[in-house]
Design a protein around this ligand. Structure first.
Ligand SMILES: Cc1cc2nc3c(=O)[nH]c(=O)nc-3n(C[C@H](O)[C@H](O)[C@H](O)COP(=O)(O)OP(=O)(O)OC[C@H]3O[C@@H](n4cnc5c(N)ncnc54)[C@H](O)[C@@H]3O)c2cc1C
Ligand code: SF4
Length: 562
């Protein structure tokens, strides 16, 4: 590694500009601290957004997956990495990771642009509840979180009001209502599914609470239903850190965005056991640079932040920074989502049009297994929800020729699909470590990821398929097809838990404010701190916890404790 050639003083260094980093930078710079966002990716701008660009204007018409997968063999397994967006994603060859041969793991959604994963995320934004934070007390497995719902509820309010969440209140204790903007309307299939599943099975189907605006908010326009949010949005109608929290932070004049800066490690002063700053490698020049600050906050996404902690090992912290418990890198979780079903609603013959509208939000089926006041479900612990969406299409398989064919082609086909998202139990033997044999193009050692399913996950996936069939049938769908596939290799977009929070420093890496137990000026504010990974999507909780932890950091600095 070449000698670093610069050092600059800040109050706080925030690594990453995605969901958590954007909020940390905004909260701290608005409170008057000098902040640097140290971001491995390039700057993002509205000029890169292509949500209104037809495929025929692209070089390969978005029809050449081989071109995209050449440099993105892992990232392009999920179709949000496509000809429109591929440049935002990591080059899988330049920045690899490894796995044991018998445990393949798809580490997708690795973005290298301001805003991180929030550029392309699905935007489903759900609160956790005490059913989640105190799940160990309820069923005896694992550890409780060191916080309760009442600790985070005010921060959910702050984040939701700013982000803008369209949603319907349902009054469920295990899926608390939030500060919703007016709901987007349900499609006919969705409304029928909601009504009949409630009436016949007493399960709650609601609009997927989603970070899409339905009314103007802070200069951002309401959604105009064009559809492909994952390609950006020039009216800023969905939540993306790149055009919300990060510009707010920069507007204070107190925050600097350092792009193309791949953080290698945290630098330590062994005499005081304090972090002094960071070492990063410039993506373009490959030169190393140092930055100094009073505190360091990692917001690089779970595995990346944990990789930085593991790569920051010193003589005093030989197995990685913050790892006196031995828990760092362990208890990796990522939702299972390989069970679900699909059906058709042939009686809903409306006229299909290519002109839209294209509602970017579907439905969500709230968890219904193992709820607090119900008898435990015998087949597995915890639970799952479903995301669902309806589709309307031309009858492409219409038989015949000539006018008869043209006529039947125009008969629309209304279908509906639901996919389970299930909680994975944290297990010590699902873990990440540094692969001593391999480095990325910056010379930084890469991660080796060990992840497999347990019995609980297998039973849950089967139940996702069975219950999907049961609900589609209750809704009157036809041609129902269900599936329950093994989840390996995992479709990992919601990874969490590898620097877990806990009250006991012997069993956890972070305290309830996401501050490492071992080094008090190092914080990790992404999902690595999650003690468990409930079935609800994680990002609303990531952002709300980050704001809460920043408020703690500000208090500690005020009291001269940091
Ligand atoms: C396709 C897709 C759909 C999703 N849908 C949903 C959904 O519907 N609901 C939901 O709740 N969540 C969803 N998620 C997950 C959500 O995007 C993440 O939970 C969230 O963005 C994580 O925030 P973060 O701050 O931890 O990381 P990110 O938002 O990923 O940001 C991390 C940033 O850190 C930078 N970085 C990484 N390593 C380094 C380094 N060494 N040095 C400097 N910078 C670094 C990256 O370049 C990146 O910009 C989805 C994700 C994907 C990919
Ligand atoms: S569907 Fe709405 S939020 Fe998504 S890109 Fe279009 S206008 Fe923006």
């Amino acid at each position: 590694m070449p000698t670093p050639d610069s050092a600059t003083d800040f109050d706080v260094l925030v690594v990453g500009s995605g969901a958590s980093g954007g909020w940390a930078a905004k909260r701290l710079s608005e409170a008057g601290l000098n902040v640097a966002i140290v971001e491995a990716g390039r700057p993002q701008s509205d000029a890169n957004f292509t949500e209104h660009k037809p495929a025929f204007e692209l070089k390969y018409r978005n029809m050449a997956p081989g071109i995209v997968s050449k440099n993105h063999p892992i990232q392009s397994k999920f179709d949000v990495c496509n000809e429109y967006t591929q440049d935002w994603f990591v080059n899988d060859h330049d920045e690899p990771y490894t796995t044991p041969a018998d445990k393949p793991f798809n580490w997708m959604g690795r973005l290298r642009v301001t805003g991180g994963r929030t550029n392309v995320w699905g935007r489903v934004s759900l609160r956790f509840s005490d059913q989640d934070f105190k799940s160990a007390s309820l069923d005896g497995y694992g550890e409780d979180w060191p916080i309760s719902y009442s600790d985070i509820a005010p921060y959910y309010d702050i984040v939701e009001k700013y982000v803008g969440i369209t949603g319907m209140p349902e009054g469920l204790e295990h899926l608390p209502d939030g500060q919703f903007q007016p709901p987007m309307p349900l499609t006919c299939q969705e409304q029928i599914f909601r009504d009949r599943v409630k009436a016949k099975l007493n399960r709650t189907v609601t609009l997927a609470r989603s970070a899409n605006l339905t009314r103007p908010t802070n200069g951002r326009g309401p959604c105009h239903y064009c559809g492909p949010c994952e390609r950006g949005c020039v009216t800023h109608s969905y939540f993306n850190s790149a055009f919300t929290t990060v510009p707010d932070a920069l507007k204070t004049g107190k925050c600097k965005l350092i792009s193309n800066a791949m953080v290698h490690k945290i630098l330590m002063d062994p005499a005081t056991n304090r972090a002094t700053g960071l070492l990063y490698v410039d993506r373009n020049t490959k030169k190393s640079h140092e930055l100094t600050a009073r505190a360091v906050i990692l917001c690089a996404q779970s595995q990346e932040s944990t990789r930085i902690l593991l790569n920051s090992a010193t003589r005093e912290h030989p197995t990685g920074l913050g790892n006196s418990s031995g828990a760092l890198g362990h208890y990796l979780t990522a939702h299972v989502r390989s069970g679900g079903g699909r059906g058709e609603f042939p009686t809903l013959s409306r006229k299909h049009s290519l002109a839209g509208p294209n509602k970017p939000v579907g439905i969500y089926v709230a968890r219904f297994r193992n709820l607090k006041n119900d008898p435990p479900y015998k087949k597995f612990l915890r639970g799952y929800g479903y995301e669902g969406e309806s589709a309307s299409n031309f009858n492409w398989r219409a038989p015949g020729f000539g006018n008869a064919y043209k006529k039947s082609l125009l008969e629309s086909r209304e279908s509906f699909e639901i996919t389970g998202f299930g909680e994975v139990l944290p297990r010590f033997d699902n873990f990440v470590e540094i692969d001593a044999e391999k480095k990325d193009i910056f010379g930084i050692p890469v991660l080796k990821i060990h992840m497999s399913d347990g019995e609980n996950e297998r039973a849950m996936i089967k139940d996702m398929g069975d219950s999907a069939g049961e609900m589609l049938e209750a809704a009157g769908a036809k041609n129902i097809r269900t599936y329950a596939n093994p989840s390996a290799p995992r479709w990992a977009l919601h990874e969490a838990g590898i620097a877990r929070m806990g009250a006991d420093p012997k069993k956890s890496v972070l305290n309830q404010f996401q501050q490492t137990h071992d080094v008090k000026n190092v914080f990790v504010m992404d999902a690595s701190g999650f003690t468990t990974n409930p079935c609800q999507n994680p990002t609303l909780t990531i952002m709300s916890l980050a704001v809460r932890s920043c408020d703690h950091l500000l208090e500690e600095m005020k009291r001269q404790n940091l």
